[in-house]
Each structure stands twice: as C-alpha cells, then as structure tokens.
Design a protein around this ligand. Sequence first.
Ligand SMILES: [Ca+2]
Length: 253
Amino acid sequence: MKKTSILLGLLCSFLLSPCLVGAEEPATQKTAIEMITIPSGSFKMGNNKGYGDEKPVHQVSVPSFKISIYEVTQAQWQSVMKTNPSKFKGENLPVEGVNWHSVQDFIQKLNTQTGQKFRLLSEAEWEYAARSGTTTRYSWGRNAIDESRSNCKDCGSQWDRKTTAPVGSFEANPFGVYDMHGNVWEWVQDCWNSDYDDAPNDGRVWATGDCERRVLRGGSWASKSSTMSSSFRNKFSPLTRGSYIGIRLAQDL
Ligand SMILES: [Ca+2]
C-alpha cells in the first residue's frame, strides 16, 4: 500500500495536470484483496512458557492455503457492505468495529459478489502464518517494545495507543504477510477452548468447545505488546465489536 502511494505521488509530480483527474485509484485497486500462498508445513503450536491456554505445545501440520497479506481494509469492507463501522476512518486503514457475526455476513456477500470462496483463517493457520517459520515471540525476534515494528500500546510507533495504522505500514514477516502482530485483533473461525488438549493437529478449524466465544489473535493498537505474540490467544463473544477488532481472510487452494 505504501509503495503504491509513493509511486502514485511520483507519477503525480511528473505528470502534473493529469493527476488532478487521475489521483483517485481505480476502485479495483482499492478493493482488490491481495492473497499469497502459504506453503504447507508442520510447526509447534503454543508456548509452554506462556499462559495456560497456550499449552500444551503440540505439533500441527498445515496444508497450503491462501492468506490476505493485509488486514481487510475499510475500502474493501465498504465496497461489499456499503457501510463502514470503523471508528478511525480511512480507506487504507483496517476495518474495525466488526463483530464475528457481521464478518460471516461480509464473507458471504463477498463470495457472492466475486464467485470466490473467502473464509476466516483457522486458529492454527493463523499461528502458522504469524510464526512464518520462526519460533520466537514475534516473527522478527524476542523484543517488541520501542522497536517500531508494529502498532501496539507500547511498540514505539507513531500510532501507538492512538489509532490504527494504514495496513502494510511495517515490514512484512518472512512469509510476506503484514501486521500479524498488532494494529487490529483478527477474528478467526474457531470456537474457544481453554487449552490445547484434544486440539486438531491438521490445521483445520476447532469447531467444538465454547462457541459462544470466538478466538482472536495478534493484539491491537490499544493492547500491550505481550498480547501480540505469535502464541497469545484472546476470545470474545461473537457479538463483541470495537475499534481494536478487525479481520484477515483466507482461501483454500
Ligand atoms: Ca493484526
């Protein structure tokens, strides 16, 4: 996103007057959902040094799938739902203020409009994509505070504790995915289970347990850096919405 704006800016300064008419990006560019393929693989999910719900660490094999490299933006949500529930307004800011049920609605409408099959990630897919081959707390290493690698309450970014950041404002992880740590919490499809006993080991959605609570991952602009680690788990009622909750999409191959 950042690169597009810079390129557009350069083009503008070069062409001058055509820019006055052409500064608006075509709708397709604003609303196209950029997906990349995550390779299949096996990883250790959880953290035996973390909270009780992150245990036990267990081996999970994840089949290859597609993931949106950015959190879903407000432009994307608006083009499908014709409304924008977000508190902090901006086309390239992540959509927020979405509850789990409204997200299911959005996905259904998006799939009807595009003829494609988008879905939320499973919790295992989310952690696999966040880790992107790493075993440290964050995909860049052990420390978060003051490194300005993401947007959280104490991350050292200009957006900390104030607002969401435009998607893709920080470096991507080794898989090429942006903002898995911080910015907005991301709903996943799974029901809540308070530990990993009997968790699926094949990357699929855990569809049993407490389904009156759904899992969210990755922390937000308003939460402590410790909550945006690859293994940290959060859960809310599917009716909860807030300026700190957004989504990311997946597709089967
Ligand atoms: Ca995020």
